[in-house]
Design a protein around this ligand. Structure first.
Ligand code: GTP
Ligand code: SPV
Ligand code: MN
Length: 593
């Protein structure tokens, strides 16, 4: 494999001079080369080959037990000024950051191989796709990037002497105290050291496709969002597309692949998955907003995935999949909490220790066989409901944008914003309980605007302003909604059945977009009447339950306003909160009375 791209060759030379690998191997994307790497990683124990009859092409990997999730406190936006990174990001001066990182990378690949991975986010060669090069000393990273992105010689060919995003990753000493995930948006550069976990090291994903891309999008007039993309096909055979932004581990993969409830399937409803995590959105020639999924696979949460909750995700993991931090069973397959009711005997837990099912206690995460953030990396083409538009470089036209999070109270099952700017406000005040997808406390409510809090590559006030500006530029803008699948009763149980039944809510959303459904106006937005959510075939859920799920408690919202104001006040320092959002907040308070 060769390239004439002098900037690329020079950069690789410079990075190799710092990291000092024993050799450099270019990843051409061929099955022969990948197979060699799998064999090498099996020989060193980096991955284990699973039962090839039951799970052909599947492997298991365990990370360091202290390296199991994204590390937000070690993730930095190294923009030129602190203002450009904004109050919600960690910031470091770029010169200082480069100096520190080059010291940490000094000799970090000694005795190891540096792999050069050319990858494309989006269909190779499409004008809407972008190319990255990741240099890494981890075969696990190479094998995952092969599933999650389009890699190899074909990417290098289309790069020619064009621009690319530089990514440097080294496991180095895997020293947690020296773990850093650094972004240099003004230089199209990402550096990650001392981690081997997914979101920290698969640099095409959150680092490039969200943090760097959101910055590029602001400058180039498009948007990079933490959103799934799905198509709902009605019995007449028309497909309408929806993008939805939920925080990490709040249901994107599940919604993107949902199986319609029986009553819907019988009528002929179908759901098609275009993407489960990231959307790149542009205005099309017809004035509508188009979404494309820059990824080529799913890096999905394993626990809770089963034949009932998400059969499409489970089916996607039955071949050519890498499992990370799940439980290894005695018959050389995998298991995780919620896969089925049978607790495996003689299994090995995610830390590599014998697992005792007798000591398992659902409420105590430390007794789990699989880590709560254990994941599968599965090729998109495995998914039984993958959309025929998956490889359409232009993406799909979007009717509705849906925000949502985990809220035990306050947020109703669904509501619609009054207009685009109010929709931006609704996205900006999103709050959700934290999950195991990031290191730190779980279950604490925090503000997570547009599910982008950990992923926005620049000042979030400017990001809100970009949303407002986009609204002015899209002639036929999608309608904006908010959903909450996670309201609980007094015992803490989820009231709404969720999963496939979420289609009942999407139906109201799409009917609203088509001007076919009624709504009631409330202080927070337009809500369905309880009888407008179809409960046909739902066990134990009546129109009264729906009424309860749709209730708007003004006192709870008044409490929420305190939290919104506190969050908004973070933007005072550089005065970047758009006037439009200040007005929306004032109007909201007035409506609450
Ligand atoms: P990331 O990959 O971290 O971005 O997560 P995600 O947003 O794709 O979340 P995912 O679909 O993997 O769901 C995370 C967890 O939420 C899983 O344990 C699911 O079982 C659970 N979950 C998903 N959808 C629903 C739902 O509708 N209701 C309930 N109660 N739980 C859900
Ligand atoms: C998330 O945390 O939102 C994920 C997994 O999708 S990771 O790739 O680790 O970011
Ligand atoms: Mn995600």
């Amino acid at each position: 494999m060769t390239t004439k791209n002098q900037a690329l060759l020079t950069w690789i030379d410079e990075m190799a001079a710092i990291t000092k690998p024993e050799k450099i191997v270019w990843i051409d994307g061929s099955e022969a080369q990948l197979e060699e790497l799998r064999a090498e990683a099996c020989a060193t124990g980096e991955i284990e080959k699973l039962d090839q009859e039951k799970l052909p092409g599947c492997y298991l990997h365990r990370t360091d037990p202290l390296d199991v999730a994204r590390v937000e406190d070690r993730t930095f936006i190294c923009a030129r000024t602190e203002k450009d990174a904004g109050p919600t990001n960690n910031w470091m001066d770029p010169q200082e950051a480069y100096k520190m990182m080059y010291e940490l990378f000094d000799g970090s690949m000694k005795g190891r191989t540096m792999y050069v991975i050319p990858y494309s986010m989006g269909v190779v060669g499409s004008p809407f796709s972008k190319i990255g090069i990741e240099l890494t000393d981890s075969i696990y990273v190479v094998l995952n990037m092969h599933i999650m992105t389009r890699i190899g010689a074909k990417v290098l060919e289309t790069l020619d002497d064009g621009e690319f995003v530089k990514g440097l990753h080294s496991r180095a000493q895997m020293d947690a105290s020296k773990k850093y995930i650094m972004h240099f948006p003004e230089d199209n550069t990402i550096m990650s050291v001392n981690s081997g976990y997914g979101g920290n090291v698969l640099l095409g994903k959150k680092c490039f496709a969200l943090r760097i891309a959101s910055y590029l999008g602001k400058n180039e007039g498009w948007m990079a969002e933490h959103m799934l993309i799905l198509g709902v096909e009605n019995p007449e055979g028309e497909t309408r597309y929806i993008c939805a932004a939920f925080p990490s581990a709040c249901g994107k993969t599940n919604l993107a692949m949902l199986i319609p409830p029986k009553a819907y399937a019988e009528k002929g409803y179908k759901v098609w998955c275009v993407g489960d995590d990231i959307s790149w959105l542009r205005i099309g020639p017809d004035g509508r907003l188009y979404a494309m999924n820059p990824e080529n696979g799913f890096f999905g949460v394993a626990p809770g995935t089963n034949e009932k909750s998400n059969p499409n995700a489970l089916a996607s993991t039955r071949k050519n999949t890498i499992f990370t931090n799940v439980c290894h069973t005695a018959d050389n397959t995998v298991w995780w909490e919620g896969l089925n009711k049978e607790l495996p005997e003689n299994a090995i837990d995610w830390k590599g220790q014998p697992w005792d099912p007798a000591k398992f206690n659902k409420a105590d995460k430390t007794t789990c066989a699989a880590h709560p953030n254990s994941r599968f990396t599965a090729p998109a083409e495995n998914c039984p409901c993958i959309s025929k538009e998956f490889n359409n470089p232009n993406g799909v036209p979007i009717d509705a944008i849906v925000f949502g999070g985990r809220r035990a109270k306050t947020a109703p099952l669904v509501y619609q914003s009054f207009d685009w700017n109010h929709g931006v406000f609704v996205g900006s005040i999103m709050a959700s309980e934290t999950t195991a997808a990031a290191a730190g406390a779980v279950g604490v409510v925090r503000r997570d605007p547009m599910a982008m809090l950990p992923f926005c590559g620049y000042n979030m006030g400017d990001y809100f302003a970009h949303w407002i500006e986009m609204g002015k530029k899209i002639p036929h803008a999608p309608k904006i909604f908010n959903v909450n699948w996670f309201r609980t009763d007094d015992e803490g149980n989820f009231i709404w059945p969720g999963f496939g039944d979420n289609l009942r809510v999407l139906e109201w959303i799409l009917n609203r977009c088509a001007g076919k459904a009624k709504a009631v106006e409330t202080a927070i937005g337009y809500l369905p009447k309880a009888e407008d959510i179809n409960v046909e075939g739902l066990d134990g859920i009546t129109t009264e339950t729906i009424a309860d799920l749709l209730s708007v408690d003004k006192d709870l919202w008044k409490e929420d306003v305190v939290g919104i104001k506190e969050f908004y006040s973070k933007f005072d320092k550089y005065d970047t909160l758009p006037a439009e959002l200040k007005k929306e907040l004032a109007d909201f308070e007035a409506r609450l009375g």
